[in-house]
Design a binder for this molecule. Structure first.
Ligand SMILES: Cc1ncc(COP(=O)(O)O)c(C=O)c1O
Length: 398
């Protein structure tokens, strides 16, 4: 079993490299793949590309085990591009109203690729139907169901799909019957409140306890709705090629639903900062970035170039990079992570100096790739290759 690695190991690897650099440690990634396979049991898994954003790593995970099948893309343009690049079985995880990109998807469908656009409203379906008619294809669509739960005073979950109940689904399905260039071929429900909400945050004992209770109650609610919707669609004669659920934080519970055919997983592979504090699992920090100390403003203070890689979502300290190695490096409260320079304090025993590498982790999994053209691919404590990120491929989708 590979454990987290030491500062000395990464110092040796990066001391003569041009910095800043982003890396994936394949020894740790392999461990994470193994742990994720164990968590999912026999359930198939689809890779969330937004949490990877590097073709090489997605290909690597897909080739590692037959339980990994297909990709959940985050834009139609991305799906068309991945199809061109040889990927297949692409679920577009979010609705698109981008005619140009959907046209490119249609071209790939025509060439035989399996690509499923997401819908939750008649408007998206009408556009797909029109493009399908023009291009002479039938789009296999997937319907997105809202998995949030409203408790008194708390909306537990995210605001995405308007389709909450079976009645909502029935109404939409009825309207879709007049659109011959789309079929209903899948159902997706993303239980963000379970999959993406940490429930073992340090110093948050009460909040953690409340989140665990809410997760449990919400699970009962959305599990029943998902089952009911899937069984109604099946009774109505729809052939569901996909019943997709979950994410990294809900692998076990999503996999346990017999009517779910596949679980989406992305963040668990790199395991970024925001995934450090879940009660059910702990993956290894397989991705990070390396900054270089370029000046020493005073004793114990060190300033690096770069570093301002802040994660999206509600802003706050949790969205900043996570100090990693050497252990004990701390950002400066009133300065944080700068776009050009980042200072930190270090009281430890390692004699840091100008030119030395220091390591941080991003809060989220894929976004770091938007800042770097290449990832250093580390194997057995050496750089075995450099591989392009989406950005390095000249692609920026959203
Ligand atoms: C629709 C959908 N499914 C699944 C996921 C889970 O991805 P991850 O495993 O990276 O948390 C996400 C992430 O936001 C998502 O938006």
């Amino acid at each position: 079993m590979v454990k987290n690695k030491t500062y000395q190991t990464y110092h040796q690897i990066f001391k003569d490299q041009p910095l800043p650099a982003a890396f994936v440690d394949m020894d740790l990634l392999d461990e994470n793949i193994h742990a994720i396979l164990k968590r999912a049991g026999s359930k198939k898994m689809r890779i969330a590309s937004k949490s990877i954003r590097c073709r090489y790593i997605m290909e690597y995970i897909l080739a590692s085990n037959t339980s990994f099948e297909g990709v959940m893309c985050y834009s139609a343009g991305e799906a068309a591009w991945l199809a061109e690049e040889g990927f297949d079985n692409l679920l577009i995880g979010y609705p698109s109203m981008n005619k140009v990109e959907l046209g490119l998807v249609a071209d790939q469908v025509k060439l035989g690729k399996r690509i499923y656009p997401m819908i939750d409203d008649l408007d998206q379906a009408v556009l797909l139907n029109k493009i399908g008619e023009e291009k002479g294809i039938v789009f296999k669509t997937c319907i997105d169901i809202d998995m949030s739960t409203d408790f008194p005073g708390i909306h537990f979950g995210v605001y995405r799909s308007p389709l909450h109940t079976l009645t909502d689904v029935k109404k939409l399905v009825e309207k879709l019957k007049s659109l011959p260039h789309i079929s209903i071929s899948g159902v997706m429900g993303y239980e963000a409140q379970t999959a993406g909400t940490a429930d073992r945050q340090p110093g948050e004992g009460l909040k953690n306890a409340v989140i665990k209770i809410l997760k449990k109650r919400s699970n009962k609610d959305y599990t029943e709705r998902r089952k009911e919707i899937v069984s109604w669609l099946t009774q109505e004669g729809y052939v569901l090629e996909i019943v997709n659920a979950g994410g990294t934080g809900s692998i076990e519970s999503s996999s346990s639903e017999p009517w779910v055919t596949e679980v989406t997983v992305g963040s668990g592979f790199y395991s970024p900062g925001l995934f450090d504090h879940y009660s059910g699992f702990k993956h290894l920090p397989a991705m990070g970035f390396v900054l270089q100390i370029v000046r020493v403003p005073r004793n114990r203070y060190f300033t690096c170039s770069g570093g301002g890689y802040i994660a999206s979502g509600k802003t706050g300290a949790l969205k900043q990079p996570y100090p990693y190695l050497p252990e004990g490096i701390k950002p400066i409260k009133y300065e944080g992570f700068g776009e050009v320079q980042t200072p930190f304090v270090y009281d430890g025993n390692i004699p840091l100096k100008i030119g030395d590498p220091v390591l941080f982790r991003h809060a989220k999994a894929g976004e770091l790739c938007e800042h770097f053209n290449y990832l250093s691919v580390l194997k057995k404590d050496n750089i075995s290759a450099f591989t392009t990120t989406y950005r390095g491929d000249g692609k920026s989708f959203l």
